[in-house]
Every structure is written in C-alpha cells, then in structure tokens.
Design a protein around this ligand. Structure first.
Ligand code: SPV
Ligand code: MG
Length: 668
C-alpha cells in the first residue's frame, strides 16, 4: 500500500504562510507541520512508501521532508503546470508510480490518528465522511447511493454528507478512477477536481463512506481554518487514555495496545495491585513496584497509577480519562460486568471506550504456561505463602492428597462480579493422605510416602503447600523433615502438640491422646527453626488444648510459649460445632499478639464465613478434608450402582465426562 499526498497547489488563501513555502509546511503545533504530522502518522500506520506531488517551492518541500528523517520511502513528482492545473493533473503526472492500493489525501488535511488508522485498516475502498457535522460551505460533500459513495463535489447540497479528501482505494477500484483521470487529462480537462472523473463512474469504484463522526479530519485553506485546526490538535494532545494491565508478563500484544493508545492521547496506565492479581489471576511473578517501573520506562507513557480493585470505578472517577482502551476479549465471559461498569461510567461524563481485537491469545497462553512453570519451582513456591499473607493478610487452603486433587485446588475458580475467586494454597492433610492409602491417621504412613504425595501434587500445580506434619515425630527426626520439606518447596509445616501414638483430633477425648509438655514441644519448634535454611519456610504450632478439653487458658499459655520458641504461626483447633471457644481464643490471643498468623481448620465449626474469621483475627482458613469426604462416597455409590445393575449404564449420569477429565489435566 502506498500513500499519495497532493501538494502541488499554491495555497494562495493562506496569505503570508505560503509566501516562501508550500501550505503543507505550515506549523500546527510547535515544530509540527501539517506534512510532518501526516508523514509520521503514515509511518505509524505501517505505510512504507509515499508519493508526494509538488509544485511551487518543490525543493523547499523535498529538503524539509528529507530532514524529517522518517523511516519511509518518499518519491516526489512535480506537476510542471501547477500554476494552471488542478490536482487531477498532479495525479496524472504521478500515475506510473501508483500501481498499488492507495491512501489518497490532500496535503492540507489535518487528521486525527484514529481516523487515519481506520482508513488504512479499512477492508474496502473508502472515503472519510461525517454524518454528524453540518454540510460545509466550501468543502467536499458526498452523496451516497446503495451504501457507496456515488458523487463527490463542493456543490452537492442535496441529500449529501460532509466529506473530506481522504480515501483508501483498493488497487482494482483505484485503477478505474485513475483510468478516468488519464482520460480527462489527455482530453485536456485539467482544471477540475479528480473527483469530477470519479463522478463519471457513478459508484462503480466501490468506495464506501467511512463515518468519522466528530473526529478531526479537516482541510486548512485559510488562516481561520489554521486557527481551528491548531486548537483541535492541542485538545487532542491533552486527551487522556486509560488502560489497565492485570498481567505481570508484558508481551507484544500489550506493547501493541500501548502503541495504539498512544495514538489516541496521553496514556495513563493503571497497574493492578499484587493483591488483585493474586486473588483474581495468579500470584504475580513481578511485584507491583517493578511492574510500575517497567510501564514508566515505556516511552510515551504519560503516567502510571495503581489500581487497587478489579473494577475501574475509582480510577475512572479520579482521573476521568477521555478514552479507555481495552482488548475486545472482555465483551464476553467473567470480565463482562467490569466492562459494563466502565461503559456506564464513561457515558456519565462523555468518555468513550475503544476496543481492539485481542489477537495474542495463543502466544499469551505459551508465556503464561512458562510463568506457571516458574511459579512451581521450589524457591518461588515456598516463599509465596508468606507473600500472600503479607499482601492480603488472609489466605484459604483446600485439602489435596494426590495429583488430581491438587489440580482441583489449583484450577477451581468461580466467577462473580467481574472477578475470580480461588483457593490460595493446598493442605496436605495426614487424615486424607492416610485415607487415600487406606490407612488410619496414626502417623503410620511414613515420611517417604508422604513426600511422594507432595511430589505428585507439586509436579502438576503451582500453589503453595501447607503440610500436616502430625506431631513432627522425634525432634531428632523433625529437623530432617524440616530441611526436606523446605528443599521441596513446601511453605509451612504444622505440627501438633501431642506425644505418643497420635490419633486424629476429631476423635477428641473418645480415644486416648496425650498432649506434649510445653518445654518439650518448644524444644522441637526451636530445633526446627534452627534447621531451616531460608527465612521463607514457616513452622506452625498446633494447639490441641481445646480438643482435649484442657481449656482456653492452657491453649493461650501454650500459644505464647510456642511463639516465644520461634513458631511462625499458631493453629488452634476445636471439634465443637459452636465457634465460641475459637472466637474466645482469637480475642484473647490478639489482645497480646497482633502479628503472629493464626490458622483455623473449621471442619466442625463450619457455619462461620471466612470474612468473620478474618475480622476476628484469623489469617489462614484450611478446608481440611472436604475433597476426600465428598469424593469417596461418590465412588462408593458408583461401585454399588454397578453391582446393583450388573452394568455401568446407570452410572453414566453420575460420571464426569471424559472430555472434562481431559480438560482438567493440562497438556492432555
Ligand atoms: C488433617 O486434616 O489431617 C488434620 C486436621 O490434622 S483434623 O483432621 O481436623 O485433625
Ligand atoms: Mg492431621
């Protein structure tokens, strides 16, 4: 595709401005001329070749254009009869160089970037028109017939629309028009508009009207026009464009979007906070400070601001951008409510939304996959639980006891209010790990086997892991466990203050269980803390006083002692349905310690919502066994159904489809 810019005219009505140079060299903003703006816009639209027709001051123009040093190949064709002919003859002179799709424009047009882009990207031949503007007195008007531009002229006042001499002409359409131009000129008709030749084709050129509304595309014929154009260019230059990035990986799709946004005005980038990204997408690899710095370093980005919510509302009301730019991928799916809100807010103050096709889905998937792999590496994974707690102050974990249950914790998301909700971490429960192996929860499944479970989960997931370490075993063994888990990338071990044969806490006092003496358990915690190599790994002390009905005071005494011994967190357990004793513990503990994270396992006291636990001072809520307790009854039911029916058909409705299974497992 080539551009043809017509600059042979004398521009006499411009007075002093055209005394020593052609009209297109008139400045419309400091150091920007009409032609420099046009050429830069063409370069940015991807045009590589331009033909400029010249006339008066041709060498001044040529020298000027070359001095701009733009990456575009310019050829100049002089109309030797520029004094007595119109631009139809200039085109005739340049005809040999025009065997291509053509962007045809007058050299005195001041055009808004978006308009030129739309013309260049038009699939059909088109001419810029505006149904929103009044018919201009002196400029072109066009009549439309059968959806196409039929006639163009300055005298068409009936049933016409305002039009500007900016066209895209597909080669086959342009050929027809050019042949007519040649015909006119060879007959000696050279003092008319090129459009007079077009009008003889009566719509056969297939030029479609491209309605630009009130966007800027105006000819500068006299100093008044110049003043208006200058003001409009100034207004456009201070127009603000807002776009938000949720991802921490910058790929060419984002850069493309920023480039497009820059053409619309001053770019303000909203960077989603780490918390929002972690909650709604996945944990960000690059923290907000660095993401902010990356965007700030992109040339042409006017301002970078934080966006603390997925909703744009606060920032739209604060910065009132003229335009919001986004890929068109949010028209459907979970982001739609966010988009709807943006549209409503923009409409409330006269802003508008510009959407571009989201074309990098596949590429993005590849990069995202690479990122996920990085997130699953031990150092990244281990540190993440602490980071989530620092960031949000609260995390949820769901039990996983195998690769597939790990994938369920990893991938399960629900979409609501334009956001996504998902679990932050995984709990490798001793109860569920033992149950999956058909064994009782009495520390019978040895560490090697437990590590195998962790490895299976880790191989296919990225979320941080909280490991149920039972009693931690002998202190001499515990230090090795700590180092092994830390090396694997586990984030936290929880050990309970029991000694002897451990039984599951939910048995309570129905079975014999012995609580470890405080000093003995403190020594174990201390040894564990000394054994670990990084500061990321956490040892959480679990207090069984309420389970064993030893009372709140005993629980608190132990909690403070364990914290003093170095515990990074405290888990308080209860098997009562009523959460009162848990609430009492939270209150009393928080009165003295506002920092140490508190972990809860609300299997019995399960009527309380996460928000309430959080408000009362808890930091991690573990759903400790729900996948196991829902999964195995379903399997048992399937087995009985097959036995009852002597075939599997009756099971069908209870089964996940093979397709769903395949989709659950990445890379299948
Ligand atoms: C587990 O999930 O193994 C636990 C929590 O230790 S509980 O079963 O409630 O004791
Ligand atoms: Mg357990």
């Amino acid at each position: 595709m080539k551009a043809l810019i017509l600059n042979s005219g004398l521009g006499k009505r411009m007075g002093i401005y055209t005394k020593e140079q052609p009209k297109c060299m008139t400045e419309i903003s400091p150091s920007v001329t009409i032609i420099s703006k046009q050429l830069k816009q063409l370069v940015e639209s991807g045009i590589k070749e331009v033909v400029i027709t010249t006339g008066a001051f041709d060498s001044v123009l040529m020298e000027y254009c070359e001095s701009l040093d733009l990456p575009i190949d310019i050829s100049y064709v002089k109309n030797p009869k520029f004094q007595e002919t119109n631009y139809i003859y200039s085109i005739y002179c340049a005809r040999e160089a025009l065997d291509d799709d053509i962007i045809l424009m007058h050299g005195d047009l001041v055009i808004e970037n978006e308009v030129l882009d739309n013309v260049v990207n038009s699939e059909n031949s088109c001419m810029v028109v505006s149904r929103s503007l009044p018919l201009p007195e002196k400029d072109f008007k066009a009549t439309i017939k059968d959806g196409k531009v039929n006639k163009v002229g300055v005298d068409l006042f009936n049933k016409s629309v305002a039009a500007q001499p900016l066209y895209k002409l597909k080669k086959e359409d342009w050929k027809k028009w050019l042949e007519k131009i040649v015909e006119f000129c060879e007959k000696g008709v050279t003092d008319v508009y090129a459009e007079n030749a077009l009008n003889e084709l009566d719509g056969a050129c297939n030029i479609f009207p491209l309605d630009i509304g009130k966007a800027l595309c105006e000819e500068v014929d006299n100093p008044d026009d110049l003043l208006v154009a200058t003001l409009k260019v100034r207004q456009l230059s201070i127009r603000t464009v807002y776009l938000v990035f949720s991802a921490d990986i910058l790929h060419e799709g984002h850069i493309e979007l920023i480039k497009k946004a820059k053409k619309l005005g001053r770019v303000i980038i909203g960077v989603l906070s780490d918390e929002v990204v972690a909650t709604y997408k996945r944990f960000p690899l690059v923290p907000i400070e660095e993401r902010r710095a990356i965007f700030e370093s992109i040339s042409g980005v006017y301002k970078v601001v934080d966006q603390e919510t997925l909703s744009y509302k606060d920032n739209l009301l604060k910065y009132r951008p003229d335009i919001v730019v986004h890929g068109d991928d949010w028209k459907e799916g979970f982001q739609k409510p966010i988009r709807d809100e943006v549209v409503t807010i923009l409409a409330s103050y006269g802003g508008r939304l510009v959407e571009y096709p989201y074309s990098n889905r596949e590429r993005y998937k590849v990069i995202e996959e690479r990122t996920r792999r990085e997130l699953s590496l031990p150092d990244f994974r281990r540190a993440r639980l602490k980071k989530i707690l620092e960031m949000k102050g609260f995390a949820t974990a769901l039990e996983a006891h195998s690769g597939i249950t790990g994938l369920i914790v990893e991938q399960t998301k629900i979409f609501s209010n334009g956001g996504v909700k998902q679990f932050d971490a995984m709990w490798v429960s001793s109860l569920c790990d033992s149950t999956a192996k058909g064994k009782p929860d009495i520390e019978l499944v040895d560490m090697t086997s437990r590590y195998r479970t962790i490895d299976d989960i880790m191989e296919v997931t990225t979320k941080p892991i909280i490991f149920d370490g039972d009693t931690g075993g002998l202190t001499e063994h515990f230090v090795y466990t700590v180092r092994s888990l830390e090396r694997m990338g586990v984030s936290m071990i929880i050990i309970e203050d029991k000694t002897g044969l451990k039984k599951n806490s939910l048995f309570g006092t129905e079975v014999e269980q012995t609580q470890a003496p405080i000093d003995e358990f403190c020594a174990k915690i201390k040894a564990g803390k000394e054994a670990q190599k990084t500061s990321d790994f956490m040892i959480c002390a679990r207090i069984e006083s309420l389970i064993l009905e030893k009372g709140l005071d005993d629980a608190l005494k132990r909690a403070f002692a364990f914290v003093r011994a170095g515990a990074d967190a405290i888990m308080i357990h209860s098997r009562k349905k009523d959460p009162t004793e848990i609430f009492e513990f939270l209150k009393a503990f928080r009165e003295k310690d506002s920092i140490t994270p508190i972990v809860l396992v609300p299997t019995s006291f399960n009527t309380v919502y996460e928000d309430e636990f959080k408000e009362r001072g808890a930091n991690i809520v573990i759903y400790a066994n729900q996948l196991t307790r829902t999964g195995f009854p379903a399997m048992k039911d399937a087995a009985e159904t097959i036995l009852r029916n002597s075939r599997a058909k009756e099971c069908d409705d209870k089964c996940m489809s093979i397709k769903e299974i395949i989709n659950l497992i990445p890379g299948e």
